[in-house]
Design a protein around this ligand. Structure first.
Ligand code: PEP
Length: 261
């Protein structure tokens, strides 16, 4: 695992003009960085235009959601084949705000995952406990249930990223203690190995998301079992995202030396 993985989640922000200006600069700065896998999850509306701007770079463009069916009378929804047709390569699935505001459960997340995989969209599946679940000592049982239910469709050919995003850490500026992040990632890794075996487990990268900033990304990316990070609020600001990317790459370079060029 030599690349540091960085993904973003812009949520419901920016106009098309702001988005295009941002991406023109982003491609110049980070369009061809060795040791970095950069995935920009942005509002679906802008993906077609942004995919054109990113063509020829190593930046992958993703959606923040996906509908678990192909076509039909589902007003306002956007399916995997529609996303793929505008150059979307990745989809964020099961984000905590989808779970909180749109009542998405693990079973629905599993169906979205299946649809993404069927249409060649690379999935980043978000899991993580609420504050109440953590305080009640149920963090591990929640993660176990999520791994069991969300990933039922997986076959040994599939590849995906899993983002551990404790729901209480998103947008709050509060993160778990570093050993707690490592412990959660180790637990998820063990659950994957238990269910799918060690060989398949290498198809899955584990990312941490929730109040990641340039100040804490070096420490988080240095943790064992952490293959990268997700930036939400910070990613709306190019300077913040760039500093975060530098810190993530630096941590990865220090902890996972690259092979010779
Ligand atoms: C997110 O929404 O996935 C996220 C990581 O947000 P933030 O960085 O703002 O906590």
């Amino acid at each position: 695992m030599n690349n540091c993985i960085v993904f973003t989640n812009w949520k419901m922000n920016k106009t098309l003009t702001e988005t295009e200006e941002f991406f023109k600069k982003l491609v110049e700065l980070h369009g061809d960085r060795r040791g970095l896998e950069l995935i920009m999850c942005i509002p679906s509306l802008y993906i077609g235009s942004v995919a054109s701007l990113c063509r020829g770079s190593s930046i992958r463009v993703g959606s923040e959601n996906i509908y678990p069916g192909n076509w039909g009378a589902y007003t306002g929804e956007i399916s995997a084949p529609m996303l793929a047709s505008v150059g979307c390569e990745v989809a964020l699935i099961g984000h905590s705000e989808r779970r909180k505001y749109f009542h998405e459960d693990d079973e629905l997340v599993g169906r979205k995952l299946k649809s993404a995989l069927e249409h060649g969209i690379f999935p980043i599946v978000c899991i993580g406990e609420t504050r109440e679940e953590r305080d009640a000592g149920r963090m591990f049982s929640v993660l176990e249930r999520q791994v069991e239910t969300c990933f039922q469709c997986l076959t040994t050919e599939n590849r995906l990223h899993i983002a551990y995003e404790p729901r209480w850490a998103i947008g709050t500026g509060v993160i778990p203690e570093y050993p707690e992040i490592e412990e959660a990632h180790r637990f998820i890794r063990e659950e994957i190995v238990k269910r799918y075996g060690t060989a398949f487990s290498t198809n899955i990268s584990l990312l941490y998301g929730g109040s990641v900033s340039p100040e804490n990304s070096f420490a988080i990316c240095s943790l064992e079992h952490v293959d990268g990070v997700g930036y939400g609020g910070c990613s709306l600001d190019l300077d913040c995202l760039s500093r975060g990317i530098e810190e993530s790459i630096r941590a990865f370079r220090d902890n996972h030396p690259l092979p010779p060029a």
